[in-house]
Design a protein around this ligand. Structure first.
Ligand SMILES: Nc1ncnc2c1ncn2[C@@H]1O[C@H](COP(=O)(O)OP(=O)(O)OP(=O)(O)O)[C@@H](O)[C@H]1O
Length: 198
């Protein structure tokens, strides 16, 4: 845990900056975005200690009738967890806790104003993603129930219960635990000799 008031917030800023573009972690948040496997994922902004990303905003790069951009975003969330683990392994005095909120749905994307331009996204889907984070669990990825049919195709999800979401009342929420292994992954994990014996 860190204290935002320590050294007037300077230490907090330094750590967050190191985390987002640091030299000691194996893969920092911004570097992850350069990877081909996250080609549809975009950083929107950081808000305080929150890192906001979206996927599939460019309809041209989205594969038709595919949920690949949604899986990419979930894989990105896993990669962030890995980056935090790496980062924490270099820390002696404290550990960062990462809480992730995830949602999908229609959004409006654009820029407001004429100076200090900033690309942003809006909509119910964004508000709910934000609430999935704020009502979430330390070191876990929380998603609303509407994500389950699609994410359940690739990930093991555990029902957490209901959380109160402003403007939505109580929402059913799930925690994304891990990937469902692919069939051939299981076979490959068994050494050839053992495979004959079973
Ligand atoms: N583009 C965005 N960037 C940052 N935060 C966002 C964005 N869109 C939505 N949020 C956040 O999502 C949350 C949910 O928004 P909602 O419209 O439900 O409530 P609100 O009345 O705006 O929230 P509050 O009064 O609690 O700040 C808010 O905390 C809002 O700051």
């Amino acid at each position: 845990m860190y204290d935002e008031s320590f050294m007037y917030g300077k230490e907090c800023l330094r750590f967050l900056n190191e985390l987002v573009r640091n030299a000691c972690a194996v893969s920092d948040f911004d570097d992850l975005l350069d990877r081909e496997q996250f080609s549809m994922v975009e950083k929107i902004k950081t808000i305080g200690a929150t890192f906001m990303a979206a996927s599939g905003l460019d309809p041209a790069s989205r594969l038709k009738d595919s949920h690949e951009h949604l899986f990419q975003l979930m894989e990105f969330a896993f990669a962030l967890q890995g980056a935090i683990e790496n980062f924490n392994a270099h820390m002696l005095s404290f550990r960062f806790i990462l809480r992730i909120g995830y949602n999908f749905g229609d959004v409006t994307a654009g820029v407001i104003g004429t100076n200090k331009l900033h690309y942003d996204i809006w909509g119910d889907a964004v508000n709910i993603a934000s609430r999935m984070d704020t009502t979430g669990v330390a070191n876990q990825i929380q998603v609303p129930v509407n994500c389950v049919p699609i994410l359940g195709q690739r990930y093991n999800l555990e029902r957490r219960g209901t959380v109160f979401v402003k403007g939505k009342d109580n929402m059913d929420v799930y925690l994304v635990k891990d990937r469902i292994p692919k069939k051939d992954e299981k076979i490959d994990a068994i050494p050839p000799d053992d495979r004959q014996a079973t």
